[in-house]
Design a protein around this ligand. Structure first.
Ligand code: SF4
Length: 385
């Protein structure tokens, strides 16, 4: 390893800030083991108790009808398509109730950009769920939905955010970030808002006290420099707001969509990026890997590259699964993955507070009912589209 690379790695491992150019150099040139060790040093300093967290939640999709037609998406159907569906509120509540019975603490309500769904729809959705299940945290939607609902209702972003928060939204999911830089974003989602707009919605939300996470979808043909540019754009906003709780990179799934033929991100590219993200984000607390898209082995390996959170058991997930994500797990297995990686598993809530720390195997959960995708793919409960 050259002197320059070693210097950058050491500075990052010690908690110093690295530039985007330095991050790119680490991503392309740093030896894998040294890169991983530096990222793990950052994790250890942040979380010296060696705890790795997980969450029990359910992703509930209220509609697959969408006018935005992202090329990478296998989930949506255009308005009036015969396979389009929307769940009535009773069905959404039924799914929330199942989730609560299985120990979920959070729901992620997400869906397409339905041409008729303005702020009023989301107010009704969130207030109905909150009234029925006040114990569930509503960590839901993303900037794209916020922009869409504001447009449908003819209000500005701030009013839309204030109203849906008043109705029960607790925090915003990092969905829809995909790739933020213009070239790769336009190539895969030409009708979606720009990366700058996505970040602008997050910045307004953070200013109102609504925190969020940030995601990144890797593997649709973006360059290494564009991957780094994505995290630079997020870090710049985070410097101003501090509202991103976590960064969650995941890999593009290539089936049943209009981007056929593009390669997926390899496991090594993913793991290297996870490590670089931990070193780059000196201002984001948590780093979550995606076992759903990369597989459980890669998810477990990521725990040695700076990751402190394995995310959700995902009682239900339909969007990424529609595009080919076939990995499945269950609560007992997720806990075993963490423990056998040499870490202490802990169930967390949306705010990353520890709910149950499984210090010894005797503390491990035993409920075999808590499995991922116990209800996927969502059967449409039809109502007029
Ligand atoms: S990713 Fe979201 S916005 Fe894009 S087509 Fe799919 S449902 Fe619509």
């Amino acid at each position: 390893m050259t002197g320059e690379l070693a210097d950058i790695l050491q500075r990052a491992a010690d908690g110093g800030r690295i530039s985007a150019e330095e991050a790119l150099l680490l991503y392309t040139d740093a030896p894998f083991h040294e890169l991983g060790e530096a990222a793990d040093a950052v994790r250890r300093r942040r979380y010296p108790d060696d705890i790795v967290t997980y969450l029990i939640d359910r992703n509930i999709n209220y509609t697959n009808v969408c006018v935005t037609a992202c090329k990478f998406c296998a989930f949506y159907r255009a308005p009036r398509h015969e396979e389009g569906w929307s769940h009535p509120m009773e069905e959404i509540l039924r799914r929330c109730g199942e989730a609560v019975d299985l120990g979920a603490t959070q729901v992620m309500l997400q869906g397409g950009h339905h041409p008729d769904y303005g702020v009023e729809y989301y107010e009704q959705l969130f207030s109905t769920v909150k009234a029925a299940y006040p114990q569930l945290v509503i960590h839901s939607i993303g900037p794209s939905e916020v922009l869409h609902m504001a447009k449908v209702s003819g209000v500005d972003i701030e009013e839309a955010l204030r109203r849906i928060r008043a109705a029960g939204l607790d925090s915003i999911a990092g969905a829809g970030a995909e790739m933020l830089p213009a070239r790769p974003r336009t190539a895969i989602a030409p009708l979606k808002e720009s990366g700058e707009r996505w970040l602008a919605v997050m910045e307004i939300a953070h200013g109102l006290g609504i925190e969020s996470t940030a995601t990144m979808m890797m593997g649709t043909g973006e360059t290494n420099a564009e991957r780094i540019e994505h995290i630079r754009m997020i870090r710049d906003v985070q410097d101003r707001t501090g509202g991103f709780r976590a960064f969650i990179p995941w890999t593009y799934q290539p089936e049943n969509n209009h981007l056929k033929g593009r390669t997926q991100c390899t496991s090594l590219e993913y793991l290297r990026f996870v490590a670089v993200a931990r070193l780059f984000f000196d201002n984001v607390n948590h780093l979550q890997s995606s076992w759903l898209t990369t597989g459980k082995d890669v998810g477990q390996l990521s725990l040695h590259l700076g990751v402190d959170d394995l995310g959700s058991i995902m009682l239900e997930e339909n969007v990424i699964s529609s595009a080919g994500a076939r990995h499945r797990s269950k609560l007992t297995e997720l806990v075993w993955m963490i423990r056998s990686a040499g870490r202490i598993p802990a169930q967390r809530d949306t705010l990353y507070r520890h709910l149950k720390v499984h210090r010894t195997p005797a503390d491990d959960p035993t409920d075999e009912r808590v499995t991922s995708h116990f209800s996927s793919i969502a059967l449409p409960v039809l109502q007029p589209r």
